[in-house]
Design a protein around this ligand. Structure first.
Ligand SMILES: [Zn+2]
Length: 332
C-alpha cells in the first residue's frame, strides 16, 4: 500500500514538548497546493509507554477538545514518563465547521477506518491513525460527547471484547478515568470505528460520552480534564494520585435501550438525564407543529433503568433518537 500523504511536522521520537501539525495536502478552489493542518502535540521524556489522546473525532463535540488543547499547552515533559501524543481535533475540517462529519466529503471519521491513503480527506486521516499513530500507542483515549443532536450523562466506556484479559485492561482504565458513570458497551455495528481499529491492535482503548448539545459546560469539561490526568496516571505516564470518586456502572444491553421518533415535531423531555424510568413509562412527547389541536405522541422506555441520553435541541425529525435508557449494575 502507498505511504500516507500526511506529513507530521513533529518528530515522534524526540524528547521534549513539540507543537506542530499533521499536514494533509488538499488542493482546492481557494487554496491551490493547500493543506489541511491538523494540530498535534508530542510530549516525550525518555522511555515509557505511549498514550494517544484524541478529541474532535466528531467535529461538534467539545469537552475533549477543550481538555486536550489545555493539556497540550500545559503538560511539561519533566512531569511525565514516556510519550503523550495529543490530537485535540482529529477530524479537523469537521471541527472547524462545527459539524459531526467533514464538510469536504461528508465523511464520518469514526466510520472510516481503516481508511485509505488514496481516498477522501476523511479516509486519509483514518489511514494515518491506522498505520502511523495507533502502532505508536499503548493506550488510547478518544473523547466523544453528544454533539449537536444528543445530550449524555457523563460516562467513560470500553467495549466488551473477545479477549477477556484485554477487556479487563480496558475496563481498568475506564475505572481510573473516574467519570460519574461508566459503561460496558456492546457495539451492535462496529464496522469502520476507530475503537475497533485500536482494539484489533490490542491497544487499551477508552472512549467517553460527556454531555453534548453542541457545546460544553464547566462540569463536563472538569470531568474531561480530571479524567485525562487520571488516565495518564493509570497508564504510567504521570506520577500523580488518581483523584475520582467511584463511577456508577451502567449496561446498555440491547436495541431496546433506544427510542426513535416516528414523527417530526416539538419534543418535550418527560424525564431528565439520570432520572429513573420504568418499562412503558413515557420518556419523551412529540407535538406535531403544523397546526394546533393535534394530540402529541408519547415515546416510552422499553425497560427499567435511568435516562442516559436525550435528544437535543427542541425539534425532532422522524428517525431521530429521542432517548436512551441504561441499566444500573451493582458493581464493575
Ligand atoms: Zn462522537
Amino acid at each position: 500500500m502507498r505511504d500516507s500523504p500526511i506529513v507530521a511536522s513533529v518528530d515522534f521520537d524526540a524528547d521534549g514538548a513539540q507543537h506542530g501539525f499533521l499536514r494533509l495536502p488538499y488542493s482546492r478552489d481557494d487554496s491551490a497546493w493547500g493543506s489541511v493542518m491538523i494540530p498535534v502535540t508530542v510530549i516525550k521524556n525518555g522511555e515509557g509507554p505511549t498514550a494517544l489522546l484524541t478529541g474532535g473525532n466528531h467535529g461538534d463535540e467539545y469537552e475533549g477538545p477543550v481538555a486536550l488543547f489545555d493539556l497540550a499547552a500545559t503538560l511539561k515533559p519533566e512531569s511525565i514518563a514516556g510519550r503523550v501524543i495529543i490530537v485535540p481535533a482529529m477530524n479537523y475540517p469537521a471541527f472547524l465547521a462545527g459539524t459531526r462529519t467533514s464538510p469536504i466529503d461528508r465523511g464520518n471519521l469514526n466510520r472510516s477506518f481503516p481508511g485509505r491513503p488514496d481516498g477522501t480527506v476523511t479516509e486519509k486521516i483514518a489511514d494515518y491513525f491506522q498505520r502511523v499513530l495507533l502502532p505508536l500507542a499503548d493506550n488510547v483515549l478518544d473523547f466523544h460527547s453528544g454533539g449537536r443532536t444528543l445530550d449524555f450523562l457523563p460516562f467513560a466506556a470500553a467495549h466488551v471484547l473477545p479477549d477477556k484479559m484485554h477487556e479487563d485492561r480496558c475496563f481498568a482504565a475506564v475505572k481510573a478515568f473516574g467519570a460519574p458513570y461508566a459503561v460496558k458497551m456492546l457495539e451492535i455495528d462496529a464496522v469502520g470505528m476507530y475503537d475497533s481499529a485500536a482494539e484489533a491492535m490490542g491497544r487499551v482503548f477508552v472512549t467517553t460520552e460527556l454531555g453534548g448539545g453542541g457545546s460544553s459546560c464547566a462540569r463536563t469539561v472538569g470531568i474531561a480534564r480530571r479524567g485525562v490526568r487520571n488516565f495518564l496516571a493509570h497508564c504510567g505516564n504521570l506520577d500523580a494520585d488518581i483523584e475520582a470518586s467511584p463511577s456508577v456502572w451502567l449496561d446498555m444491553p440491547s436495541d431496546d435501550c433506544f427510542a426513535f421518533s416516528e414523527h417530526d415535531g416539538l419534543i418535550e423531555c418527560l424525564v431528565d438525564l439520570g432520572g429513573e424510568v420504568a418499562a412503558d413509562q413515557p420518556v419523551a412527547r412529540v407535538y406535531p407543529t403544523a397546526r394546533t389541536g393535534v394530540a402529541p405522541i408519547d415515546y416510552c422506555a422499553n425497560m427499567d433503568g435511568i435516562l442516559v441520553a436525550r435528544h437535543f435541541p427542541g425539534l425532532v425529525k422522524t428517525g431521530d433518537c429521542v432517548a436512551v435508557v441504561g441499566v444500573t449494575l451493582d458493581d464493575a
